[in-house]
Design a protein around this ligand. Sequence first.
Ligand SMILES: Cc1cc2nc3c(=O)[nH]c(=O)nc-3n(C[C@H](O)[C@H](O)[C@H](O)COP(=O)(O)OP(=O)(O)OC[C@H]3O[C@@H](n4cnc5c(N)ncnc54)[C@H](O)[C@@H]3O)c2cc1C
Length: 694
Amino acid sequence: MADFIVLVKQVPDVKQITDNAFDPETGTLIRTRLPSVINELDTHALAFANYMKQVSGDRQGKIIVLTMGPPMAEDVLRYCLGRCADIAVLLTDKALGGADTFATANPLAFAVRKIVKQILNSAGDYYIVTGMQSLDGDTAQVPAQIAEELSIPCIAYVTDAEFKNDRFEFTRIISGGNQLVAAKSAPAVVTVAKYEYPIFASFAQARRANALKIIQWSGDDINAQHIGVAGSKTRVIRVFPPGKSKRSCQQIYDVKNLARTLAQSLKADSQQHRKDKQAADSYVLPKKRKIFYDRSFEATDSENEDFKILADKLKQLGIQRIEQIDEYTKKQILDTAGEHFHKNALEDMLTGLKSTDSSYVGEVWVVAEHHDGKIHPATFELIGKARRLTDSLETNLGVCLPGDNVLSMADDLIAAGADSIYVIADKLLAAFDPAVFRKAVADCIKKYQPQIVLFAATPQARLLAPMVSYRLHCGLTADCTGLDIRDSSRKGQIGILLQTRPALGGNVMATICTKDSKSQMATARPGVMKRLTPDPSRRGKIIEHRLDLSADDISLEIIKTELGTGRVDFAADIIVSGGKGMQNRDNYERLVGSLCETLAEKLKAKIERGASRAAVERGFIDRIHQVGQTGTSVGPKIYIALGISGAIQHMIGVANSKTIIAVNSDPDAPIFKNCDYYFVGNVEDIIPKLVRNL
Ligand SMILES: Cc1cc2nc3c(=O)[nH]c(=O)nc-3n(C[C@H](O)[C@H](O)[C@H](O)COP(=O)(O)OP(=O)(O)OC[C@H]3O[C@@H](n4cnc5c(N)ncnc54)[C@H](O)[C@@H]3O)c2cc1C
């Protein structure tokens, strides 16, 4: 008999953002001004757990919902009790507040242990079912870290389940397709990427939900080891509004103009669109700076401003060494600083000036991902970024390469910018099993202790990285779009990695740094960093890392893998992609087909067809044409998106396109905020007209 522990979370409702939800001075979101709702993917998880219970044919299994949050988080538990949950547990305690994912996963795992012992009478046949990620954090780290704490399998990105031969078989999303897997044994964590059959509350259930008593536990009740701010491995340095899209987001109103724009965009010089953001990255270690008080690489603008006032004054007073600063000098500095900083802050800054050694030592590492003997493009992008970080820190760039028969890929990694390749070769690493990979990668990191470890934020690494970081007790920031080396001199932190990422569904940006960890770890969004031009003349070192892996380490049975087949040339000048908005295969064929033919004939350009995952799943075209996070990342001169909403997983794959043109019938389609030109209209109406106008 299987039981189900469903993890749910209360999040701010970002769909209801009004202007007064933003602080007029800082532009950041005031969370308390937004209503709270249950995280949408957790409603999928709840319905999915109910579905698992039904397909197992076992009516005795319990559904227990667990949340960690303030007392008002009780609302989301009542939501679940009003649908299908039998028992609800609220973990609430001020001491648990302000936690990052490490200090969230830890108490949740301890609460699961207590549920299993006290409510499930230590039965081992249970599944922890969660939404893939929460809307506020968007990290997808907590479920994998709970699995790590409990030493149980984690099956991520699940979309379906069947009950066969007395066990569950799960369909999950992987790069380039789908996979059918089963956990080697229960219990297991299952994270749900999508399950579109919601459960609705009935009047009778809602009454029952309101009458049921919710079990309430505090931090002391569960005896967790790492909780709250103190137990966290990361610290938010600043929160700020996201910059406007670098794309012009210009609406086009008539089809003739759309045709003209298309033709002109093909000729436009790509350089005018976007500058390489990475060019600005020029951190210099304090020891290498010409003057001892040059602290122009601080983590926040206000720290930079304060150090500039200090530096200007020291320069004016002709002070060359820190020992020359006496009480009289301090008074003069404070007089100059005015409102900016007071005595204690000045003392901190002066202490900070004495620290010149990097807070972390060791190499900068990238953990490589590969499929079918080819390195994932995102690994090369990360090496490009890591090269700059490595040069700033004056260390070596290492790449960790786990797999079977992987040595042949080492040259490409060295040509891309790596200095050393740490090869972990083992037959058990031939296919991606999170438990085996995390053991191998964590073992290698533990031995060589790099100061920075970067993973691409692919579905595979978004599962691997949280497990590795949790195992090594290191902080991890998910899905970064910016990585910089900076100082927080006042805190004595020199040469630390600032990790910037979008949060709250992209409504705010947060800059985060690691604390209490040996390595600073981050996953970085594909398509954002730039790869370097390969240099085949580069030479590097190969280091073979060996460890004992055995069949006992395997956590999953891979039953079937479905990957796209066929040929596609995404190096084309123009890619015309169709989404779910094409409605059916015939429309896709007719509309995308006719536009491709006309563009090829009239603009004399190389054209290829693309599609969103939703279009592929509906059979409009073969999977090999899928563009996006789990498809292919493309960078054509023009990307035309027809009937595609602009989900982040799709847009990640088109970020390097020079011009993006979108046609969508919904005037509020998210893609319109992330394209160069858009046209509001029905594709069935617009495309034939566009073809005529071309
Ligand atoms: C782990 C993971 C990985 C993923 N990887 C990918 C990936 O690689 N690639 C990818 O694409 N997705 C991926 N997804 C799925 C992604 O989240 C979205 O679900 C998907 O991109 C949506 O596809 P869509 O825009 O075609 O469909 P929808 O989001 O349903 O949008 C359809 C759009 O068509 C418009 N429309 C409807 N009718 C018309 C009409 N007649 N004319 C014009 N417009 C019309 C609608 O207004 C809507 O905006 C992934 C999801 C997960 C969880």
